[in-house]
Structures are given as C-alpha cells and as structure tokens.
Design a protein around this ligand. Sequence first.
Ligand SMILES: *Cc1c(COP(=O)(O)O)cnc(C)c1O
Length: 217
Amino acid sequence: MHDVVNNLLLIENLIKAKNKSKKFPEIIAVSKTFPISIIHPLIVHGHVHFGENKVQETIEKWTDVKSKFNKIKLHMIGRLQTNKVKYAVQLFDYIHSLDSLKLAKKISEEQERNKKKLKIFIQLNIGAEEQKSGINIEYLQEFYKTCTEDLNLDIIGLMCLPPKNLDTSTYFSKMKNISNNINLKELSMGMSSDYLNAIDYDATFLRIGSKIFGNRD
Ligand SMILES: *Cc1c(COP(=O)(O)O)cnc(C)c1O
C-alpha cells in the first residue's frame, strides 16, 4: 500500500478513536501542488473528496481523471477570481471560498448557463483579519439571504481559515455557534495541524493536505 493511503487511514483511525458517537466527518484530501501520480493511490483506494486551490491546475490535473472516476468530488478551496468561475463551475462540485457578492453573482450566472448547481460554503473572516478574504460576521445574515433567495445558490455551510499561530479553538467554537444560529448543516474547518481540534466543534468537512501528501515546496 502506498504511503498516502496509509496516511489517510491513520488520520481516519485517529478521528474514529476520538469521535465515537458523532457522525464521521468527510476528509478532503488537499492535493494542490501534487501531481496525479502522487494522488493516484488514493483515487484507486476509492477516496472521494479532493481539494485544489487553483482553477488552471485543476483543469490540467483532473479533467481526464474525473471522467474516468466519476464518483470523485472536487472542492475549490482557494480564492476564486470571477474570470475563472466559468471553468470552476464546470469542473468542481463544491466551492468553499465564496467571499463576495460579485463572486456570488458570477457563480449564479454560470450555474444557470451550465444547468448545474454546486454545493457552496460561505467563507467567513472569523478572525476579522484585514488581509484575509471572507465575509465579515456582521454581514453574514444579509449575504446568506441574498445568495439563497436572490441568486438561487445552494449554500450548505460555512468555511473558515482561522488566524495562524493562535489557539484555533476559540475560532472553531465561534464558527459552530454562528453556524447553529443561521441553521446551516456543514462546517468546513480544520487542516493538518488542527483537524482533531476542529471535530470537537462539529466540523463536517476537514481539509487535510500535508498530513496526507507530505510538505509542499
Ligand atoms: C492548503 C490548504 C489546506 C490544507 O493545508 P494543510 O496544512 O497542508 O493540511 C486547507 N485549506 C486551505 C484553504 C488551503 O489552502
């Protein structure tokens, strides 16, 4: 068995040991920067969810693979430029990085054109950091309403990238509360360094890269 599969199984076992009573979260194997040759054992193993952060890279890596392994679900987890939405809607199944009204409108348009609806997370700027993208908490209710009622988007949950080098529990806890208040089901949070922590706060989609594939250059 290839390393990446062992790494995934190890992660699944750690989650199982910790998470006995809860629903098992989905693991998104974040394969950005890695070639398909490295990812392939996971695909053959039957893993479903993969995350990428660049549209062009995803087109090149995944177009053929996805047509062969049609149960694969692709997740866009990086910042999405409006001029790439056309391609993103065609190839991805989920978008985790909806962070502006402009982007929401563009996705809505392209979805109409493609007769396809992606599952979408609103990215929250949970640490209110100036340099980070994401919707500010005060604006969330209104933004959510516009996305669902006016733009016909299938918003399934919230996503965050909490501030670095701080105890992320505070932010995960905030995310969980906000998510409960707005009555959304899915929570995309937790990465290689803090995924076990994220499941304590009911994360349903973990985005794990380096713990599966090794360090990126
Ligand atoms: C790269 C990336 C991850 C995965 O990070 P690791 O620390 O390698 O697990 C998760 N979420 C986003 C948004 C990323 O860009």
